[in-house]
Ligand binder design. Structure first.
Ligand code: ATP
Length: 325
């Protein structure tokens, strides 16, 4: 989810924004509110308030090739051969019911991040449809999509600005009290209170440097402030110290409660909590079910579990990643 992405080209809307290097999905989607190449249809309508169901209907996807991207800037996309790159998703269908958590697991490169990115239209499907609250995301206003979906990734981005300003990207009119409440619920309130300048502390390279776990909790505070009905979470694979780990898990539990969640899951504790596990391999969902049913089924999940994941021997079960780094 956090990898670089090329600008999207689409036949109907050619707008190639050259993004600077190393732009994370969260930064693009949550903070800068940009969707390169994605345009709103003239007749777009807002998603229903509180839209919380997510459906994938036979979704296919391939990334635009470099040639497409450069041609797109010449506004000549219609003539493109769109079969240049391989299909990364090859007919993905599933439903996440409101308030439920679905975990995507599978080998590296299987298509988990790509699947997650299509929900808020970082890219559009090349075939098939994605519905949020029963509405095709391509028919929804971009603002309503952004209001409905919250994203937390592994490398949460903080700007070289104050803590309060960093949180107000999620809710520009948030009061200081609302910001403090969100920070407290995200398990980072005490830390911010302990800084001499509190909410006005400038963060980043030349300011206060949060640790990885703290940054992630700030991102969770941002999500809590925004209060979306759907959360997309790319769970961290990095091992945090056990105190940070526990704090992040508590913050996430707070953030996911009562919301629909699509989680790129790496931790067995999360996977076990999921209402449904989707096992992705080669751009397809090859198995689905609960942890116990999938272990019993003896397929790819059971193999990943057996060969890559030794929870029994782990001194820190909650911090164990799946598959391991
Ligand atoms: P990981 O667990 O390693 O993050 P993943 O299951 O999330 O893997 P994706 O990141 O969705 O997998 O990648 C699926 C496929 O798409 C891979 O073959 C990957 O190389 C390719 N891919 C990902 N991002 C791009 C991109 N921006 N341009 C072209 N191909 C990409």
């Amino acid at each position: 989810l956090t990898r670089l992405y090329g600008p999207l080209t689409a036949l109907s809307n050619v707008r190639v924004d050259v993004m600077s290097a190393l732009v994370s999905f969260e930064r693009v989607f949550e903070v800068l509110d940009l969707a390169p190449g994605i345009a709103e249809r003239p007749d777009a309508r807002p998603l229903p308030a509180g839209a919380a169901k997510v459906e994938f209907r036979d979704v296919h996807f391939r990334y635009p090739s470099a040639a497409e991207v450069s041609l797109a800037s010449l506004e000549d996309v219609a003539s493109l051969d769109r079969t240049v790159t391989d299909e990364v998703l090859k007919g993905v269908s599933f439903t996440v019911e409101p308030g439920r958590m679905v975990a995507l697991v599978g080998p590296s490169g299987a298509g988990k991040s790509t699947t997650a990115m299509l929900v808020p239209r970082v890219y559009d499907a090349t075939a098939g449809a994605i519905l949020v609250g029963g509405v095709d995301v391509r028919d929804a206003t971009l603002q309503s999509l952004r209001d409905t979906i919250g994203v937390v990734t592994q490398d949460s981005h903080l700007f070289h600005e104050t803590i309060a300003d960093n949180l107000r990207y999620a809710k520009p009119d948030a009061t200081d009290d609302e910001i403090r409440t969100a920070l407290r619920r995200a398990q980072v309130g005490d830390l911010v209170d302990s800084l001499p300048e509190g909410l006005d502390t400038v963060v980043g390279e030349r300011g206060y440097r949060f640790s990885g776990g703290e940054k992630q909790r700030i991102a969770i505070a941002r999500l809590l402030l925004k209060a979306p009905s759907i959360v997309i979470l790319d769970e961290a694979t990095a091992h945090l110290d056990s105190e940070s780990e526990a704090a992040v898990q508590r913050a996430l539990a707070e953030a996911l409660t009562g919301r629909t969640a699509l989680v790129i899951a790496h931790r067995l504790s999360t996977i076990r909590d999921a209402d449904q596990i989707l096992v992705v391999d080669g751009g397809r969902i090859v198995e689905h079910g609960t942890h116990d049913s999938l272990v019993t089924a003896g397929g790819l999940y059971a193999e990943l579990y057996r060969t890559q994941f030794a929870v029994i021997d782990s001194p820190l079960p909650d911090a164990t990643t799946f598959p391991p780094d």
